[in-house]
Design a protein around this ligand. Structure first.
Ligand SMILES: [Fe+2]
Ligand SMILES: [Fe+2]
Length: 397
């Protein structure tokens, strides 16, 4: 699954601060055994997982319904020739030899100090978790659909291969900072959000496509502005994002095979709802972490708007309705939401007692909800025709 949308924890452990702070959400295996004061490899205990609305999720679904949806005897819309072609593409494994590290990584990481170092760690950690979340879901779908539809099942398994590779590469990146995410622990400790298959399709399609646009935009920007290339992982984004694009195209083909999820008024309402959730989540998350984007020479809001507009244009090829994100009023609403979110965060950090905090939070939350509702109710763009949304396994850029 595409990255960056799904954050988790804060590490506080670096070589410079030998006394480790404990991760809020996950157990961290410190890999810099030599740097630890005792010289022993340390495992930190899990802390309570603090979920917020913006916290990334692991997903699970109704696998029995999935089996029904991909049963070729029940669903005559399944174009198996198309899925066979897709399977061949996934089997080709274009990026098999792409994710090979060199010594530049560690050197670059050592040069990153101060607040930027911390924010880089958070970026790697969030991205790794996001990729890993995709791995878990696709792996399980690959397993569960094996009997009903071996072709679709194998594609899911090959997508989980891609996501495992992405997550592993990011986790390797964390070792440059003397950290590593304990993915086995994460698998057991995180809460899983249940989505019906229909919602899994909307959410995952959007997540893959937005991931594609984020990676390619960062890649192109750094290619043009190499002075901001402060860590080599970004050089891998060009091929990497093609994986995400292929994953998104596969979901597009899956949705085409389930026209009932695309062709009625409910589908239009849900399509807009998922677009809004994904765009707002990214915008608020990124505005909270603008130091990262500034650190690589990007203007956070400009970057996000570019990604939102491009993702929305891509999504309009398949979703029956999308948001009018190119209307300037949409950005104004996002900015107001980001402001309110900042106030909510500031309130959380304040010295007030919990009761007073909750009291002060109420009008802010109400304002945020009302902005969200207003954005949702903006005149939508009718889009996506099943006839037009031919599957195009093409390079988008
Ligand atoms: Fe990925
Ligand atoms: Fe992906």
């Amino acid at each position: 699954m595409a990255a960056l949308l799904k954050p988790i924890a804060k590490f506080g452990y670096t070589v410079q601060t030998p006394k480790p702070q404990i991760s809020r959400f996950v157990r961290v295996s410190a890999t810099a055994a030599a740097a630890a004061p005792t010289g022993k490899k340390k495992k930190y205990q899990k802390q309570e997982i603090k979920e917020t609305l913006l916290t990334p999720r692991f997903y699970t679904t109704d696998f029995d319904e999935m089996e029904q949806l991909f049963n070729t005897e029940i669903n005559r819309n399944l174009n198996m020739a198309e899925f066979e072609a897709l399977l061949q593409e996934f089997k080709t494994d274009f990026n098999q030899t792409h994710f090979v590290r060199d010594k530049e990584f560690k050197e670059a990481a050592d040069k990153l100090q101060g607040p930027l170092r911390q924010i880089f760690v958070e970026f790697l950690e969030r991205s790794c978790t996001a990729e890993f979340s995709g791995f878990l879901l696709y792996k399980e779908l690959g397993r569960r659909l094996k009997k009903t539809n071996p072709v679709v099942a194998e594609i899911f398994s090959l997508m989980s291969r891609d996501e495992a590779r992405h997550a592993g590469f990011l986790n390797k990146g964390l070792t440059d900072f003397n950290l590593a995410l304990d993915l086995g622990f994460l698998t057991k400790a995180r809460k899983y959000t249940f989505f019906k298959p229909k919602f899994i399709f909307y959410a995952t399609y959007l997540s893959e496509k937005i991931g594609y646009w984020r990676y390619i935009t960062i890649y192109r920007h750094l290619k043009q502005n190499p002075e901001f290339q402060c860590y080599p992982i970004f050089k891998y984004f060009e091929n990497w994002c093609q994986d995400e694009n292929r994953h998104g195209d596969f979901f597009s083909a899956l949705m085409k095979a389930q026209p009932q999820f695309l062709n009625d008024w409910k589908a239009k309402l849900w399509a807009r709802f998922f677009c809004l959730s994904v765009y707002v989540t990214m915008y608020l998350n990124d505005c909270q972490r603008s130091a990262f984007y500034e650190g690589i020479g990007l203007d956070t809001k400009e970057f996000d708007m570019h990604v939102i507009i491009e993702t929305n244009r891509t999504t309009a090829r398949i979703f029956p309705a999308v948001l009018d994100v190119e209307n300037p009023e949409f950005k104004r609403k996002l900015d107001r939401m980001a402001d309110i979110n900042q106030q909510i965060l500031a309130l959380g950090e304040s010295e007030d007692i919990p009761f007073v905090k909750n009291l002060k939070r109420l009008p802010l939350v109400a304002a945020l909800v009302s902005e969200l509702l207003a954005a949702y109710l903006m005149k939508p763009v009718e889009s996506g025709s099943l006839e037009l949304a031919e599957f195009e396994p093409q390079v988008v850029y």
